[in-house]
Write a protein that binds this ligand. Structure first.
Ligand SMILES: [Zn+2]
Length: 192
């Protein structure tokens, strides 16, 4: 997929030594490539939302109605729970076993660098390099995932837009045919 210039610019780190805040770094097949700082920003935004969804009280979670790509049907879903599941499953699928181990210690279980270094027998420098690599890898995947990306978050939570697909309008005839269930007269209890 292609990153737009406005997207990379919005997510770039102004002090980045690679892209100097432009968000693009290098060109591949004539297309400017997004900088690693953009991928890290995407990951951090997704991770902040993951923490919010997984720690907030369950009664605050909402049920929402959404369109599906198959024939424009509508289904009910719990977005927060779906997002938490997507975030962890995509991460597990994307990362190598060693990376996933570090990811689950640090990002899922909340262990700080000291604890992770002791547990994984690595030094501080290697730990932060590994964390950067994980953030870059996952940020890229979260944005480029098909057919539904985890980022941008507002698109994920407020209606998923799949390229080339739009929900069909509800036929008027169906709307007019709404009939509430009524008890037939003969089913009513007879007066004594
Ligand atoms: Zn950069």
């Amino acid at each position: 997929m292609e990153w737009t210039r406005s997207e990379t610019l919005a997510m770039a780190v102004p002090s980045c030594a690679s892209c100097y805040g432009t968000g693009t770094h290098g060109v591949k097949n004539g297309t400017p490539q997004a900088c690693n700082c953009v991928f890290r920003s995407v990951f951090r935004a997704c991770y902040a939302r993951f923490r919010h969804c997984s720690t907030k009280e369950k009664y605050l979670s909402k049920v929402s109605l959404e369109y599906t790509a198959r024939g424009g049907h509508r289904i009910w879903g719990r977005k927060d729970e779906e997002y938490v599941a997507d975030f962890t499953l995509v991460s597990r699928r994307t990362l190598a076993p060693d990376e996933y181990r570090l990811f689950s210690f640090h990002f899922l279980l909340g262990a700080d660098w000291r604890l992770c270094c002791r547990q994984m027998k690595m030094d501080r420098g290697n730990f932060f390099h590994a964390v950067y690599r994980i953030e870059q890898k996952l940020g890229k995947v979260f944005r480029e995932l098909k057919p539904y990306a985890l980022f941008p978050l507002d698109e994920y939570f407020n209606g998923r837009a799949e390229t080339g697909w739009r929900p069909e309008p509800t036929p008027q005839s169906r709307m007019l045919a709404l009939r509430p269930p009524l008890s037939p007269v003969w089913a009513l209890p007879k007066a004594a």
